[in-house]
Design a protein around this ligand. Structure first.
Ligand SMILES: [Zn+2]
Length: 433
């Protein structure tokens, strides 16, 4: 471990989960005391007016290392995560080479430790080389130093139901979970690049329908029931998916789901200008779907928010719409977007935000030490949010290596001010330490 001893820090006057105001004393990386406290010998961080939440946990981050270090590295992605208030991220397996062995998983894990800004937990591939046929070394990855618990071929769907069934049976043995990129490859053709609907027809863009997602979600919840294993739906994007999830949960099936900030706010109408910034997989959907996703997140049908942070170099994104890469940045802006869509609208409280952006994702991923309440004895993974900020997003101010930011020029009413990883500030006053 390269971490320095964090010493003693007093967070003065924070609003814990937006509910009650208190001072928080952090000693040697752990919350030591909460109350009305004096600060002798402590470094004082003024948290007056700031909302304190447990450090955010992202179930779905693309860090691009190894293989595409021109788009992002573990270091630059960790910086973006810390700036966004995250203290742990799950790094997706679709790097080059793919994270499909214990050695590859340990390498990503070690790069995260060396960067030292967030805990980087590798996601293991479900199948070798994301090929969709032969299972990857799931058990070896689980038993490795990286302690992999989440497996995903994200970017691709595990389309073969026999392979998905075997993966679910396998991960059950060690409490793992399969995170599925739900998209039937036959219903979503190889050229598809946006939501299939009236607009895609008018624009002349090949679209894929919501049902391409929904049939896989429906299939997978049945496979989860059959195997008694856990399935996680990555980036849910349609009202139909919400209906399937609601039914599956009513049956007690072990399914969880995430939604991205961009699917909570942006709609397919943005594609009318053919701007590849808004090309994302799954695609932006119509307003009815966005409404259903918000309601599902508020009522717990969707369990978590995950960024699907997908950095791309300019030369991969600046193409005609059909040829541009899929994906958008998300780590630095997730909290402001969720605050705007869910909290300012009254759909959720800050305590709910803590649940969907920290506690539940940490539980889904089996990450001990993250997602704990702000309580004495818990590791001091904490984010402090200014709930009355006036933040205009500037893509050129990003600490990510990439610039494919869909929020450029938008103004949000909340901003991350400070982030602490085990008591050590990684971000203070909105800047990396
Ligand atoms: Zn995906």
């Amino acid at each position: 471990m390269t971490e320095q001893t964090p010493g003693t820090i007093l967070l003065r006057g924070a609003s814990l989960l937006g509910e009650r105001s208190a001072d928080v004393l952090v000693v040697d990386g752990v919350i030591a005391e909460i109350g009305s406290l004096s600060a002798e010998g402590a470094r004082v961080v003024d948290a007056d007016g700031l909302v304190a939440l447990p450090g955010l946990v992202d179930l779905h981050t693309h860090l691009r290392e190894p293989g595409r270090e021109d788009a992002e590295t573990v270091v630059t992605g960790s910086r973006a995560a810390a700036m966004g208030g995250f203290t742990a991220v799950l790094a997706m397996a679709n790097t080059s080479p793919v994270t499909d062995t214990a050695e590859a998983a340990e390498r990503v894990h070690d790069l995260g430790l060396a960067a030292g800004l967030v805990d980087v937990q590798p996601v293991g591939a479900v199948t070798k080389g994301l090929g969709g046929e032969e299972l990857a070394e799931l058990g070896l990855m689980a038993r490795s130093r990286a302690r992999v618990r989440v497996f995903s071929d994200d970017g691709r769907c595990v389309a073969d139901p026999r392979v998905m069934r075997r993966a679910l049976e396998y991960v059950k043995a060690f409490g793992g979970v399969v995170s599925q990129h739900s998209q039937d490859p036959d219903l979503a053709g190889p050229q598809s690049c946006c939501h299939e609907g009236e607009l895609s027809g008018r624009l002349g863009l090949p679209g894929w329908p919501g049902v391409a997602e929904e049939v896989i979600v429906a299939r997978d919840v049945m496979l989860a029931r059959h195997t008694g294993s856990r399935v996680h739906v990555a980036h849910a994007s349609t009202a139909g998916t919400v209906e399937v999830l609601r039914w599956a949960k009513s049956q007690g099936i072990a399914v969880t789901a995430e939604v991205t900030p961009h699917h909570l706010l942006l709609t397919t109408d943005l594609l009318s200008g053919y701007d590849p910034t808004y090309k994302v997989n799954p695609p932006l959907r119509p307003a009815e779907d966005v409404e259903a996703l918000r309601a599902a997140l508020a009522d717990g049908t969707i369990d978590a928010v995950a960024t699907d942070h997908a950095p791309h170099a300019r030369h991969d994104k600046e193409h005609a719409f059909v040829d541009a890469a899929f994906g958008m940045l998300g780590l630095e802006t997730a909290l402001p977007v969720v605050a705007s869509v869910m909290v300012e609208s009254g759909l959720m409280t800050w305590a709910d935000v803590a649940r969907v952006m920290s506690t539940t994702p940490a539980a889904i991923a089996g990450l001990e030490g993250h997602g704990r309440g702000l309580e004495v004895g818990a590791p001091a993974n904490i984010v402090l949010v200014d709930p009355s900020a006036d933040l205009t997003v500037d893509r050129d101010a990003s600490v990510s290596l990439s610039r494919n930011n869909p929020w450029h020029g938008r103004t949000f009413g909340a901003a991350v001010r400070h982030t602490l990883l085990r008591g050590r500030p990684t971000v203070l006053d909105g800047s990396l330490v």
